[in-house]
Design a protein around this ligand. Structure first.
Ligand code: PRP
Ligand code: URA
Length: 229
């Protein structure tokens, strides 16, 4: 757990190469249509916007950003770096860590065991802190539900908020994000593929449409009881 994170040294700091903002959907090798939702540039801007929004609401509080593995952890680190950059002189302490939710998932009995991830919290804990959970995609809400359960075993924050890069809808639980990078209408059969330099060598968010006979844009009606896993 780092108390004063170094600014992310990737796209946000150095300024990524500007890409076409109008990339057309392309069919991948599996026949799915893949359309770009965020480029490296727009992803970096989105992280910056969320950082500003967090500061607007909690600029003088001590903030603990907890990323949910996998990519939520890297997103939390980037956000922490940008918060540190944008924070004013009266800013509180900004900490960043990670929260493993593996043992709190509600589908443990339906799927093969998953490897445990790292949980890393501030040395002085999370009691009375403003905790912002960070994840890349919000979909059914079950991951966030698990994160809230995991958090309860570590302390009692003053406030818990949620920041996500993408909200793709189709919630199965009464959960919403406080900070949303981008709302993307999706069909159940779609996938929102987030790639980050730290894990994938590139920053991008794509909408992958598998029943690729129809148009790529626009939402499809959800059917009840979807389980992506
Ligand atoms: O709202 P939900 O339906 O729970 O879906 C969102 C979660 O799904 C993905 O994680 P995944 O479990 O695929 O693991 P990963 O982050 O390691 O890719 C994503 O990173 C979110 O954590
Ligand atoms: O489309 C989705 C849904 C959940 N998690 C993802 O990463 N993508």
């Amino acid at each position: 757990m780092s108390a004063v994170p170094a600014p992310h040294d990737g796209a946000t700091e150095s300024g990524p190469t500007e890409q076409s903002a109008t990339a057309l959907p392309a069919r991948d090798q599996a026949g799915a249509l893949r359309s770009e939702i965020l480029s490296p540039v727009t992803l970096a801007r989105t992280v910056d916007r969320i950082a500003h929004q967090i500061l607007e609401r909690h600029g003088e509080d001590d903030i603990v950003l907890l990323g949910i593995p996998t990519r939520g952890v890297h997103l939390a680190r980037r956000l922490a770096g940008r918060l540190a950059t944008f924070a004013g002189p009266s800013a509180g302490r900004i900490s960043v860590g990670s929260l493993d939710i593996t043992l709190y998932r509600d589908d443990l009995r339906r799927h093969p065991p998953r490897a445990l991830e790292e949980t890393s919290l501030p040395d002085d804990g999370i009691d009375n802190a403003v905790v912002v959970l960070v994840d890349d995609v919000l979909y059914s809400g079950r991951t966030v539900r698990a994160a809230l359960d995991a958090l309860r075993d570590h302390g009692r924050p003053r406030i818990v908020q949620l920041a996500v890069l993408v909200d793709r809808g189709h919630r199965q639980l009464p959960i919403r994000a406080d900070y949303v990078g981008k709302n993307i209408p999706t069909a159940f059969t779609d996938d929102v593929a987030v790639r980050m330099v730290e894990t994938d060598g590139v920053d991008s968010v794509d909408l992958v449409r598998r029943d690729a006979g129809g148009p790529v844009s626009g939402a499809a009606r959800p059917t009840a009881g979807s389980d992506r896993r």
